[in-house]
Write a protein that binds this ligand. Structure first.
Ligand code: TRP
Length: 495
């Protein structure tokens, strides 16, 4: 069967940018900047982007284009048992999308309520008590919340409608869902710079605190943000690359995707901090505190509050949540696409509609836990463990396999054959030495901090769920590596 293809280079770029640009750009990035010393954070972030992000993105595009397979079969072509690492990557991707969709479900609930602005008086209480109905301790799980569950199902139906026909349906969708949120962000930007106090916000955003660069934690945060924001590590970009013709450009596409993505992050920082500056002035609160209270709260507490203070509040709020939804959806379905590619490489005869349906149903079911009263606690734990361990580990494995087994030089030659822009020897050094050393150090720094203190002061049993999630993905991968080659041989010989 012929492999699916993107309709054009433009569609491919839109899909890759759509996957990269997501919730990570609008609240995660600005919040990290605020938390870790304003402008100084940009130094490790940009270094990480150029030294790790771009080389890895090129690597994933190149692997996909060369092998014409998703992540599992790609690793399997290097060595059959290595396919297990692909299974590890995809099951981690599944864990991410199962909670990512829940954050989108919150946005949907807000969108429906925008005409009434029920959060106007007390956004924090609204978020915690009305939307989440959060319990006071993680142990009081309770039942799923009906409204959130309905919103979650709606989100999964939307995701399904995007991916059900593979590159064809994705190609149609991204022409809308990638430019639209940028337009909305532009509108919010204009709103921000017409507010009193926006410059105070920009000052916090841009003033560097150089001392903070001596903390390893800052570097770790900056580099994992690079991974998260470029969607590299879990084989998403491998799957997207595999729907390209093998001789399509790689280097320029990777640079373009990375630069557009990070440009949007920087730009949304101006919007976020501009509005924060206005809020600080309006409520006479120190802006640094508002910025610190960020995290998941930034999008769902600080923003709704800020927007509800403005003229045209309902419309601006609706625009904001439409922006979050359209930003999130192409990142969410890119994760689903990567999983779909894994299944359809495994069983080329299975119709893509059925595979998509199965993955989407499984994702919706896995998300139910996050709609319970303890949902946000579980979401926080899962996010912490999966991004800090699984993502870093998956990236580490990828560079080691390519750098030391598949041959970094072969890969560089392949990239240079097809690309307009040449890739120098620096790429090899980065893939073979620099990236593995940095990732390994980050993993160790994180491990030390998690072993010496309890993340978020959650009880031990709940943190074990996080460890369990990471190790269960590893076990899936290991099982696949052990049993699959034998099973395939048996099947092959009985034919
Ligand atoms: N890049 C997306 C964002 O910034 C999220 C995302 C999509 C992602 N695919 C991923 C994160 C794969 C990690 C791994 O919101």
């Amino acid at each position: 069967m012929a492999r699916q293809r993107w309709a054009s280079r433009r569609v491919f770029l839109l899909a890759a940018v759509g996957s990269a640009v997501g919730l990570g750009n609008v609240w995660r990035f600005p919040y990290l900047v605020g938390k870790y010393g304003g402008g100084a954070f940009l130094v490790p972030y940009l270094l990480g982007l150029i030294l790790i992000g771009v080389p890895l993105l090129m690597l994933e595009f190149a692997l996909g284009q060369k092998m014409q397979r998703g992540v599992v079969a790609t690793f399997g072509q290097i060595q059959p048992r290595l396919a297990g690492f692909g299974v590890f990557a995809l099951s981690s991707a599944f864990l991410i999308v199962s909670y990512y969709a829940v954050v989108m479900a919150w946005s949907l609930v807000y969108l429906f309520n925008a005409p009434w602005l029920p959060w106007r008086d007390d956004p924090e209480t609204y978020f915690v008590q009305d939307v989440l109905q959060r319990s006071d301790a993680i142990a009081n799980v309770g039942w799923p919340n009906g409204i959130l569950l309905a919103a979650l199902i709606a989100i999964w139906i939307l995701i399904y409608l995007c991916v059900w026909r593979g590159t064809t349906s994705v190609g149609n969708i991204v022409s809308w869902t990638v430019p639209l949120p940028l337009l909305l962000l532009g509108i919010l930007f204009v709103r921000a710079i017409t507010l009193p106090g926006f410059l105070t916000g920009w000052q916090l955003y841009l003033t560097p605190q150089w001392e903070i660069l001596f903390q390893p934690e800052v570097w770790s945060a900056a580099f994992s943000q690079v991974f998260f924001t470029l969607s590299v590590g879990f084989g998403i970009m491998i799957a997207y690359g595999s729907y390209q013709e093998p001789d399509s450009d790689i280097a320029k596409n990777a640079w373009l995707t990375a630069l557009i993505n990070s440009g949007i992050s920087l730009f949304s920082g101006f919007v976020v901090f501009g509005i924060l500056g206005y809020m600080a002035e309006n409520q006479n609160q120190p802006i640094a505190e508002l910025a610190k209270a960020a995290g998941p709260g930034l999008a769902f507490v600080v923003f709704p509050e800020a927007l509800s203070l403005l003229p045209g509040a309902s419309i601006l709020s609706a625009l904001f949540f439409i922006m979050l939804l359209t930003l999130g959806i192409d990142s969410a379905f890119s994760l689903v696409e990567a999983i779909n590619a894994g299944f359809s490489d495994h069983r080329p005869g299975w119709p893509i509609e059925k595979i998509s349906l199965g993955v989407c149903c499984a994702g919706a079911i896995a998300g139910i836990i996050y709609t319970t009263r303890s949902g946000i606690y579980f979401l926080d734990i899962m996010d912490h463990f999966v991004t800090n361990y699984s993502l870093m580990l998956a990236g580490l494995v990828q560079v080691l396999l390519v750098g030391w087994l598949a041959g970094a030089e072969t890969m560089r030659r392949f990239i240079n054959q097809v690309s307009d822009w040449r890739v120098g020897g620096w790429w090899i050094l980065s893939i073979k030495y620099f990236v593995p050393i940095v990732l390994l150090s980050l993993l160790l720094v994180q491990l030390r901090s998690d072993l010496s203190s309890q993340y978020g002061d959650y009880p031990i049993w709940s943190l074990r769920i996080g460890w369990l999630a990471v190790s269960s993905s590893l076990i899936w991968g290991l099982g696949y590596a052990i049993f699959f080659p034998a099973w395939r041989k048996k099947r092959g010989s009985s034919k």
